[in-house]
Write a protein that binds this ligand. Structure first.
Ligand code: CP
Ligand code: NVA
Length: 308
């Protein structure tokens, strides 16, 4: 597999293999023994949306591996406006060794992959955020020692992050519950397809956050208003008001439950300052693991010919 676009494209063995490899590479990195596998290689990074974690982690990862990254904004290249996506893919494919893209349209990332001869990585679209889900699973594997049978309660919007996490959870035999207000769940055709394609899936939705967290190992949340939805902010604040991850909600979860957030966090909206402080160790380990997972991913895709 040349690209990393959709979690659904990979087998459970490939996904858990990548997670284990990332954990091992992280230990080598921390011991100062990381091998520079991408010397003199270049990654083009296309960003149509803002970023802290994704940009810094990909760029730092390329530095660690001996390569270089070029940051390209919408204003620089006008993906699909100044120039067709297909032409950009062909040009970057001749000048660079890999492409990472954060776009609004998921189809644009798919097109980049179709027309570029070099690996393409999905760094968040309106549809999905697979690198985030992989770093999240890596963090849980490190924290709990295992993943199978663990329960993730995602409290919030049925968005790109929820979609990738639900897909990965089903692949890795974890249980996934999405608690969201009416009208903000993941689409039922996506959920039906997910359940139909996984061997032992346990994926369900509810409108009751307290019921969702009752047996959770992980309480996960994300912003109520994703990038590109700014016009809906007021309506969403009202719709999601009862879905805040706060001390009262955590009191309904098992004592061992951890809280995760892909960040950026909007304290006072989807999560409280108190929860950010008490669960900060895991939330920021999760952010750090974006670097470790993606460094391994870059090495596998750009240095070893893809995910086998
Ligand atoms: N979690 C995440 O993707 O963060 P950024 O938007 O800062 O890259
Ligand atoms: N759902 C959020 C994730 C940010 C990392 C967004 O798309 O803005």
């Amino acid at each position: 597999m040349k690209d990393f676009i959709n979690i659904a494209d990979f087998t459970a063995a490939q996904l858990s293999g990548l997670i284990e490899r990332a954990i091992a590479d992280k230990a080598e990195f921390r011991a100062g023994r990381l091998v520079q596998t991408l010397t003199n290689r270049t990654l083009a990074m296309i960003f149509e949306k803002p970023s802290l974690r994704t940009r810094v982690s990909f760029e730092a990862a390329m530095t660690h591996l001996g390569g270089h990254a070029i940051y390209l904004t919408k204003a620089d290249i006008g993906l699909g406006s100044r120039e067709p996506v297909e032409d950009i893919a062909r040009v970057l494919g001749r000048m660079c060794d890999g492409i990472m893209a954060r776009t609004f349209s998921h189809d644009h990332v798919e097109q980049l992959a179709r027309f570029s001869p070099v690996p393409v990585i999905n760094a968040l679209t309106d549809y999905s955020h697979p690198c985030q889900a992989m770093a999240d699973a890596m963090t849980l594997r490190e924290h709990f020692g295992d993943l199978e049978g663990r329960t993730i309660a995602f409290v919030g919007d049925g968005n790109n992050v929820a979609r990738s996490l639900a897909t990965l959870a089903c692949k890795l035999n974890m249980r996934f519950t999405l608690a969201s207000p009416e009208g903000y769940s993941l689409p039922s055709d996506f959920l039906d397809r997910l359940v139909a394609t996984c061997s032992h899936p346990s994926c369900r939705t509810t409108h009751d956050p307290f019921e969702a967290v009752r047996d959770a190992d992980v309480v996960y949340t994300d912003t109520w208003t994703s990038m590109g939805q700014e016009d809906e902010k007021t309506a969403r604040r009202q719709a999601f008001a009862a879905f805040q991850v706060n001390d009262a909600l955590l009191a309904a979860a098992p004592d061992h439950a951890v809280v995760m957030h892909c960040l950026p966090a909007y304290r006072g909206s989807e999560i409280t300052d108190s929860i950010m402080r008490t669960h900060g160790d895991i939330i920021f380990a999760e952010a750090e693991n974006r670097l470790h997972f993606q460094r391994t991913l870059l090495s596998v895709l750009m240095g070893e010919g893809g995910i086998g």
